[in-house]
Write a protein that binds this ligand. Sequence first.
Ligand SMILES: CC(C)(COP(=O)(O)OP(=O)(O)OC[C@H]1O[C@@H](n2cnc3c(N)ncnc32)[C@H](O)[C@@H]1OP(=O)(O)O)[C@@H](O)C(=O)NCCC(=O)NCCS
Length: 332
Amino acid sequence: MYIYSIGHYFPENILDNAFFDRLDIESSADWIRDRVGIEARRSVLTQEQVMDLRHGRTTREQLKAEGAIETIASMSEKSWKMAKARSPDVNATLDTVIGGTSVPDDDIPSNGCVISNRLGLEHLRAFDVNSACSTFVVQCHVMRGLVASGLTKEGAIFCAERYTTRMDYSDRRNSILFGDASIAALVSSQNRPGSLKLIDSLVESSPSGWEHIHLPDGKFFHQNGAQVQKFAITKTIAAAQDILSRNHLKTSEAQWFIGHQANYRMLTTSMEKMGVPESRHLFNVRDRGNQGAAGAPSVLSQNWDRYQKGDYIVVAVVGAGLTWGSLLLQKQ
Ligand SMILES: CC(C)(COP(=O)(O)OP(=O)(O)OC[C@H]1O[C@@H](n2cnc3c(N)ncnc32)[C@H](O)[C@@H]1OP(=O)(O)O)[C@@H](O)C(=O)NCCC(=O)NCCS
């Protein structure tokens, strides 16, 4: 399977650390910078709307009913347009669309179907694969199987996340971590110029840890932060090293590393322990926050023009479930 184009989209609204200082939750910009290394995040919500949520002047349901929250299909369409504009083959007829999000507009139908309808796509199979922050890697894993079996020739993968709509804005531990984003990746069984070949993919889970990261129906996001941080570092390293070693590659032979954008400290600790130099570590968490499943692929997309022929790219993610996984890509 080849990823021959990818696009990203970030909403315009900026939630910077100074904004959280004004939110009256005893958040400190210095604490955030030192402990999680995040300076700003993008949100489908304006600062005023977040302030209203914080002080109980509105609710997510009310904002949704007013049409004030950008939909998953709208966000996906914007990243799709970027992917199409970058694509050397804009006319490929898609036979498979895989959507994925932890924060859908509706429980039914699948986001894959709603997104496909928005884009005017018909006569294809459209469905969702969701695995919280690991979703993009799991989607690629599933798509790889479909392509290998011959069932899929041309496909698209969508991840759109809006965790900022599911935060308790009186909770300084979690509300400062998240931002919103979407991505669209175009994939094919054919090698087109400039493609990234998916050499290998890895997905593993430890379901006994499911309660550590939880977004209960109708409630707010919750995670056992310190414990999850240890898991995130350990499994980022394991996922990256396992996929390299089973493909007979050393860490020094991969040109680029992209991790789950949970926080900057977790990422730099993981890279330091693996011996990855700063110049090979790609990230956007400092000014985009944790964008859930859209984080790692949005970094992949932002750096699309940097990859040179033959470069290996390792994408290693962790997420609720607990789940972790990785991709080994090579620029053609
Ligand atoms: C959540 C996280 C930032 C917390 O970091 P931490 O260093 O463990 O900090 P703690 O939560 O123990 O908090 C330490 C103190 O700082 C305080 N604090 C938390 N957020 C704060 C903020 N925004 N401003 C000021 N102080 C803050 C806490 O209230 C606590 O104070 P207390 O002991 O008086 O209650 C961190 O655990 C994290 O990012 N985890 C990773 C999550 C992850 O990888 N997820 C992946 C799957 S999505």
